[in-house]
Ligand binder design. Structure first.
Ligand code: RNT
Ligand code: ZN
Length: 412
């Protein structure tokens, strides 16, 4: 018997004494899709005919040598990345990762045909695709306004971009038989508090109404709206704030909220917001990220907040209603490794949460045994969780202990 199997048997027995069936948990976690973001690998450069500088508050910091990827080389690395992450995966694509050959296709002109080769890639790699319109790093967003702009030509440009994006999402869903989530994030806001705070928000509402007036089959595409508290250059005012989108979604009754772990005040945590949405909304998208003092998008760790996010989902029995997508970019370490490591840490956190004897804890809670509840929660932290994780990796032919060995075989 291999060490991994032997260790697993021991761990399985220990978890069983807490009423946890580890075999079942492993089978269950294999069914939960994790959306791997396309942008960590190439600093969100994409494959548009023309490469624009990053803007809209999107910044990648770090001096680790980067690869100037061709689409083929990029896909090669992405395929390798997918193989190093256990479980079910989706690829979270941004619109600027289109494949239009040598043609320069502007954002308002993108069509499903420009993403045909991504469908092939997804089929080859047995994954679904999620989508994001790219409303930043473009001359039309240079004034810091897109959907909320008072200039109709700018506003319409971005409305059209997002309308096209939703069609592409629908196309992915239909072609792959896996529903696509199209997540809309815009950078609109300002450095100082504007005198007119209401005007841009009313224009954003109108733009969204116009976008969603297009019928897109909800079986194939579902939309999410991502808020933010502040960004670089939008320190004082963000049009698409948390309150704005929460009210928009509640009022209009379509699309879901996207909670990004880095988009709130540093003392707020999204783990403590999840159930407020689950109580009143059908679905929720989470951008699993790691803020350090601000929305710094550090690589996701197996840390307390990531575990708390997963605990809230598991304890609410909402694994089918909450969608997990990664969102970080670190240019200070190997970007390939960053993607794999962050994805694994998100999954590890999920596995950790799923191995909790939730029913037992809830029972203690409902019978007022809060001392026992706290003791048990602390006890669970030192169970041989790592052995279960190793088994999950092993089921996918991934050697969890040879991670660095794997990465030394890949290009920088
Ligand atoms: C930006 C948002 C958004 C982006 C990606 C690249 O603050 O978090 O999700 O990170 O679209
Ligand atoms: Zn995000």
């Amino acid at each position: 018997m291999t060490t991994i199997k032997r260790n697993y048997e021991v761990a399985r027995e220990i978890y069983r004494t807490y009423g946890v069936d580890t075999d079942l948990v492993i089978e269950k976690i294999k069914m939960i899709p994790l959306s791997i973001h396309c942008w960590q690998l190439d600093d969100i450069r994409g494959f548009e005919g023309k490469k624009y500088d990053l803007s809209g508050g999107i910044a990648v910091t770090g001096e680790y040598p980067k690869i100037n990827y061709s689409l083929d080389a990029y896909r090669n690395d992405m395929a390798k990345i997918l193989k190093l992450i256990p479980g079910k995966k989706k690829l979270n694509l941004h619109a600027i990762y289109l494949d239009a050959g040598n043609e320069m296709v502007d954002r308002d002109q993108i069509k499903p045909e420009h993403f045909k080769s991504w469908v092939t890639f997804a089929k080859e790699n047995n994954i679904g695709i999620d989508f994001n319109p790219t409303c930043f790093s473009h001359p039309m967003s240079q004034q810091g306004q897109t959907l909320s702009s008072s200039d109709d030509s700018i506003r319409n440009f971005w409305i059209n971009h997002i309308k096209q994006s939703r069609k592409i999402g629908e196309y992915f869903g239909k072609e792959l038989g896996i529903r696509c989530i199209t997540n809309i994030w815009i950078p609109d806001g300002s450095k100082e508090v504007p005198v007119d705070q209401l005007g841009p928000r009313k224009r954003l509402e109108q733009s969204l109404d116009e976008i969603f007036s297009d019928q897109v089959n909800p079986l194939y595409n579902m939309d999410a709206l991502e808020s933010k508290l502040f960004g670089i250059g939008t320190e004082s005012y963000v049009v698409g704030s948390h309150e704005f989108y929460t009210n928009y979604v509640a009022k209009k009754g379509h699309s879901m909220i996207c909670l990004d772990a880095g988009h709130f005040h540093p003392t707020e945590t999204i783990s403590q917001k999840i159930t407020a949405y689950l109580a009143l909304q059908d679905e929720l998208l989470i951008h699993v990220s790691r803020p350090v003092r601000w929305d710094s998008d550090h690589v996701v760790l197996f840390d307390d907040e990531t575990k708390a996010i997963m605990h809230e989902i598991v304890r609410s029995d909402a694994l089918d209603r909450v969608h997990l997508a990664l969102d970080f970019f670190d240019g200070s370490i190997n970007r390939f490794v960053a993607t794999v490591l962050g994805a694994r840490n998100a999954l590890k956190s999920l596995l950790f949460a799923m191995l909790e004897p939730t029913r037992l804890l809830k029972e203690l809670e409902s019978t007022g045994k809060t001392t026992e509840r706290l003791v048990l929660i602390e006890e669970l932290k030192t169970l041989p969780f790592g052995f279960i994780w190793d088994k999950l990796c092993d089921d996918y032919g991934i050697n969890p202990k040879d991670f660095l060995g794997e990465i030394h075989t890949i290009r920088k």
